[in-house]
Design a binder for this molecule. Structure first.
Ligand SMILES: CNc1nc2c(CC[C@H]3O[C@@H](OC)[C@H](O)[C@@H]3OC)c3nc(N)[nH]c(=O)c3cc2[nH]1
Length: 374
């Protein structure tokens, strides 16, 4: 008995896109969905109420960060992540594989696991597949990720093959170590780098382990977008239709559309919240750098097609002023807007799938946004 159930509502007639409902212990998620990232048990600058207000259905947190600070046992004693951060809807945690390789001074990768130094204080740590699952079980997210190696983009065939095969062995160990499959759904992660045959092997062997959902890992790590789309074309066909597919680390408007068209159901990315704090916002006519002088006396909203709190109440001139004055409210208003922009884009995508007009929607969106049609 798994913790989640994926319900395929409709297969798009124009593409590989699908409309679905993901039933979880903390509620139903409509897919395709964008998942705001709350790495340290908070989506930066947002309260849970504001996240609900903009339509967030599931948020992410991160095992590596929470293990290092405040510690998974403290979160467990607080009643788990939902209690600790006052979020009663679904949560997904990554296994920490990516952060160990990208954030810490990596010491050593062995069959057993990874030894690394904390990016916070340089202290030495060891995480194995079993340890990662133990941490995720303590945190209590509805969906948890297997411990994997996100193979670097520039890795050669030999390294990628060995890394992918180890990730498969680690996936087996994660499955065996998982204590609560009825409460927390463990997703397998497909690797294989930029190599067609390795992607096919990784997908087939991961699916044989029968996970309740599958992530496509090892992408959005510096490769050109057309390579990412090519890898999706190689990988998604081997994933079962009756299970959710999650493309890790992807969140620009064009990549969301291209991923949905290739059959991806779930996306996460720090981009919208990170660029918001630096004063770059999404609009239906492309990205806007609000600190630019041209907006100094622009009393219109960030985006006249946006329904968010920021666009209903504040002008570009005011938001630019806040950024120039380094006011905390600047980050909050820009974050509310950027997250609402992506969540609304996913609502529009879900509607387009329902109406069998997704490719037409994409063409119209790209034209307005200023993407050149490939
Ligand atoms: C950005 N591109 C990208 N991110 C990636 C992440 C981190 C997402 C996680 O890291 C945090 O955001 C940086 C978020 O907390 C997210 O949580 C799921 C990945 N995680 C794992 N375990 N395996 C992968 O192959 C992988 C690939 C990625 N590509």
């Amino acid at each position: 008995m798994s913790a989640i159930r994926y319900e395929l509502i409709k297969q798009c007639k124009q593409s590989g896109a699908r409309l679905g409902k993901l039933h979880t212990p903390h509620g139903i998620i409509e897919t395709p969905i964008f998942m705001p990232v709350g790495t340290q048990a908070t989506v930066k600058a947002m309260t849970p109420e504001e996240l609900k207000e903009i339509g967030a259905q599931i948020i992410l947190s991160n095992t590596y960060h929470l293990y290092l600070r405040p510690g998974e046992r403290l979160v467990e004693r607080a009643g788990g992540l939902h209690e600790f951060m006052n979020w009663d809807r679904p949560i997904l945690t990554d296994s920490g594989g990516f952060q160990v390789f990208s954030l810490s001074d990596l010491r050593n990768i062995t069959e057993e696991g990874v030894t690394f130094r904390s990016h916070l204080d340089g202290s030495k740590h060891f995480i194995s597949p079993e340890k990662a699952i133990e941490i995720e079980n303590a945190l209590g997210a509805d969906i948890i990720m297997a411990f994997d190696e996100c193979t670097p983009y520039e890795a050669d065939y030999e390294y990628t093959k060995n890394s992918m095969e180890r990730t498969l062995r680690w996936a087996e160990r994660c499955k065996s170590a998982h204590k609560k499959p009825d409460k927390q759904a463990l997703f397998g992660i497909v690797q294989g780098g930029m190599f067609k045959d390795l992607r096919e092997i990784s997908a087939k062997e991961t699916v044989k382990m029968d996970f309740p959902g599958y992530a496509v890992g090892g992408l959005s790590i510096g490769e050109p977008k057309d390579i990412m789309y090519q890898v999706l074309d190689w990988t998604v066909p081997f994933l079962p239709e009756n299970k959710p597919r999650y493309l890790m680390g992807v969140g620009s408007p064009d990549a969301l559309l291209e991923g949905v068209i290739r059959g991806i159901d779930m996306f996460d990315c720090v981009l919208p919240t990170r660029i918001a704090r630096n004063g770059t916002v999404f609009t239906s006519k492309g990205k806007v750098v609000i600190k630019n002088a041209e907006h100094a006396e622009d009393f219109s909203p960030l985006d006249d097609e946006c329904d968010c709190y920021t666009c209903k109440n504040y002008s570009r001139a005011y938001i630019r002023h806040l950024f120039k004055a380094k006011e905390i409210l600047a980050a909050r208003l820009a974050t509310i807007h950027n997250l609402r922009f992506l969540l609304k884009l996913m609502e529009d995508i879900r509607r387009a799938i329902m109406e069998d007009s997704l490719l037409d929607f994409k063409e119209e969106f790209f034209k307005k946004y200023g993407y050149t049609q490939d």
